[in-house]
Ligand binder design. Structure first.
Ligand code: FAQ
Length: 311
């Protein structure tokens, strides 16, 4: 039942060609990309909040400068991604409106609190670690602007992950109290980090079509497995324990067996009931409203300049 255009489009995808904004694409392809890229952009912007919370309380000037640079990078990532979404015919204002009225999502992970400095280490290590695991394959995604944005973002993301691991090393080799803080941060962030990859494959509604279009390159479970396999040895190196009694190396599959996150908690967070959903969205809406005078000023200035040119 595919139309001739759809068949030709799928053939281009299968040949590994990149799709560019002005070219013909199925409406579903466009919609899926707007949803995923938009959600990804929102995650970068909302993702500034948990770490921004600790900029003023970083333990040293050096740590503060590093954290400031990282949080600033996230704003940049959000902007590349909004630009990539705009090439699909949606405006940034529309996307933000949908974030603010709750009709568009951002990553579940940012609805968890950062209670202390060890959490900043855990966020960099685990959250950025999970983000890279997902984003490296997305460098090969079929939509040109998204793929190019991912290439730039991945370079910065690996610095982010290392700064987090560096904090964890310092804490894990510090006093017994510091090591206990590092363990506690790992305990609280482990399962929320596993949830970042999305529901298990059997419950992932979009995976099959997104993979046929090469918007997604891997399934959610494939990437979650790779993340566990990469992260467990890193935890061991720190002398910390992954909070999973069932974690076990499986020689046959060449990877770890591990416990699934609590999916009812995941869906609860998606529904807006996580520990920080209201606070995070509230902060974004307030920033938008507080910035209204500035956007109005920019538009008024542009209109005056335009009128002067016309005169
Ligand atoms: N949170 O059918 P699927 C970062 C939703 S990294 C919230 O499997 P899909 C960097 C999903 O949207 C984080 N919602 O969906 C950083 C769908 O609902 P919908 C951002 C989730 O799209 C680090 C429903 O569940 N990265 O920001 C989540 O095929 C540190 C069914 O799921 C990206 O966005 C979740 N965890 O696969 C910044 C990567 N998982 O839309 C600051 C790009 C699923 O129908 C500090 N995105 N849902 O209402 C993707 O790769 C995909 O969209 C997945 C989900 C893998 C997230």
């Amino acid at each position: 039942e595919m139309s001739p255009e759809e068949i030709a489009f799928q053939e281009r995808i299968d040949r590994g060609e990149k799709i560019e904004p002005k070219e013909w694409m199925p409406e579903g392809y466009r919609k899926t990309l707007i949803r995923q890229i938009g959600q990804h952009a929102h995650s970068e912007i909302v993702g500034q909040l948990p770490e921004g919370n600790w900029i003023t309380r970083a333990p040293t000037l050096e740590r503060k400068a590093i954290l400031l640079a990282k949080v600033q990078d996230e704003a940049g990532h959000g902007l590349y991604l909004y630009c990539a979404a705009e090439t699909l015919g949606v405006s940034r204002d529309e996307l933000l409106e949908k974030l603010h009225n709750g009709s568009m999502k951002y990553s579940s992970i940012f609805n968890y609190p950062t209670l202390n400095w060890a959490d900043i280490g855990a966020v960099g290590w685990l959250v950025d670690g999970a983000a890279i695991m997902n984003q490296v394959p997305l460098q090969r995604t079929s939509f040109g602007p998204y793929s190019r944005a991912m290439i730039r973002i991945c370079k910065e993301e690996s610095f982010h992950q290392r700064q987090g691991y560096d904090i964890m090393m310092k804490m894990a080799r510090g006093t017994p109290e510091q090591k206990a803080m590092a363990q506690d941060a790992l305990n609280r962030f482990w399962y929320p980090a596993l949830m970042m990859f999305g529901p298990s494959d059997k419950d992932s509604v979009h995976s099959a079509q997104s993979m046929a279009w090469k918007i997604k390159i891997n399934t959610n479970d494939e990437l979650r497995q790779k993340f566990v396999d990469q992260t467990v040895p890193q935890a061991e190196y720190l002398g910390l324990t992954v909070p999973d009694q069932h974690l076990k190396w499986n020689e046959e599959k060449g990877g770890y067996d591990f416990s699934e996150p609590d999916w009812s908690e995941f869906y609860d967070v998606l529904a807006g009931n996580g520990p920080c959903n209201r606070e995070r969205l509230g902060a974004r809406v307030k920033a938008w409203e507080d910035g209204a005078w500035f956007r109005d000023g920019l538009v008024a200035h542009a209109e005056k300049a335009e009128a002067r040119r016309a005169a």
